[in-house]
Design a protein around this ligand. Structure first.
Ligand code: 3IO
Length: 340
């Protein structure tokens, strides 16, 4: 009796497994498509907030066909290894800050030149259009899902910086184009990715940093840096990239959802950043006693004058490397006008 039952169960198993075998592949055969998304800073910061928003939209618009597994805080890939990690397939998707490898992304890093980008929303749109126009070789090995920038950078410091004399020789943290600007103002610029900055500030390796102001709240820098000097200059450019094989494996309809999200996500993140900067600055002043220093007109003119050679020098250097550098600068200027 039990023998008969045994062979019945076995037979049933084979019978059913045949169905599994012949089932058309994507339709729930192995559950949803799971994609790993790596990010380098802690979860509450803006690159991760936009990551969760992108995940939400993709899962909703693919109706559960795709599941995005997010890894904030450098748990899967760290700041400087993001691009190569995605190329190697350590993560399917990764969010990277291009300023951490400035030589690697010369065209898109042009966005951090002092060209008067007014806010994150406009800068993000300009960056996205710049990428679409030039499709830089630096991204040939990956699928670019979106790009965005921070809001323009300001100085956050433990000591008040009111004049060029005050900033001279002060160790301040910045990366990429922002670092060039600090150098021009005479600061002792120290390069490191954002996640290493809290410890450097704590230990006194640096006396402040040069970045977008939402970090006052998101990294609690307002507890240490009681002064903000308004300069509204360099933005930091970011890219979200996908491993090329992972991309090619996706069904066409899923690819379309992600393609259509590229520009939308760029605008969402720019808008979130601009609003969050305003909120974080207010919080810093009201609850942390942070002083906001506005340079006088004459002082501002001195600071701006030191930035004049930066764009010319960049055009010279990049032209020598065979890039249409003057055209890129012209494009950025006219795109700013268009989006403003
Ligand atoms: C940044 C990087 C990670 C988390 C929050 C952030 N806000 C601004 C940045 C820009 C940046 O990459 C940097 O190094 O200043």
């Amino acid at each position: 009796m039990s023998r008969k039952l045994g062979s019945f169960v076995l037979g049933l198993f084979f019978f059913l497994s045949m169905f599994c075998f012949y089932m058309p592949v994507p339709v729930m055969a192995g559950g949803p498509i799971v994609l790993n998304y790596a990010n380098f800073p802690p979860a509450p910061t803006f690159p991760c907030v936009q990551m969760e928003e992108w995940k939400r939209k993709v899962e909703e618009r693919t109706k559960g066909k795709v599941l995005i597994q997010t890894y904030p805080g450098g748990t899967l890939l760290k700041a400087k290894g993001m691009m190569d990690g995605v190329i190697a397939g350590t993560a399917d998707i990764g969010c990277l800050c291009m300023a951490y490898q400035p030589g690697r992304f010369p065209i898109t890093n042009a966005i951090s030149l002092p060209l008067g980008l007014p806010n994150s929303t406009v800068a993000s749109l300009v960056l996205w259009e710049l990428y679409k126009k030039y499709t830089p070789r630096s991204f040939a090995k990956v699928k670019v899902l979106t790009m965005f920038t921070t809001a323009p950078s300001n100085i956050m410091s433990k000591i008040p910086i009111r004049t060029l004399e005050d900033i001279k020789g002060v160790p301040l943290r910045a990366s990429g184009g922002a670092a060039q600007i600090l150098k021009a103002w005479g600061a002792n610029r120290v390069g490191m990715p954002m996640p290493e900055t809290p410890e450097a500030l704590q230990k006194g390796v640096v006396k402040g940093l040069f970045s977008s102001l939402e970090v006052l709240k998101d990294f609690k820098f307002a507890e240490l840096c009681k002064y903000v000097t308004i300069t509204n200059t360099a933005v930091y450019p970011f890219a979200v990239v996908m491993n090329m094989d992972s991309w090619n494996r996706l069904p066409k309809d899923v690819q379309k959802v992600m393609e259509d999200l590229g520009r939308e996500q760029c605008i969402w993140t720019g808008t979130y950043m601009d609003n969050h900067v305003a909120e974080a600055l207010e919080w810093s002043q009201k609850t942390q006693g942070v002083e906001v220093i506005k340079l006088s007109k004459e002082e501002k003119a001195r600071w701006d004058k030191l930035l004049d050679p930066i764009v010319d020098q960049w055009v010279k250097d990049m032209t020598a490397k065979g890039l249409p550098a003057a055209q890129i600068v012209e494009d950025i200027k006219s795109m700013i006008k268009k989006y403003e």
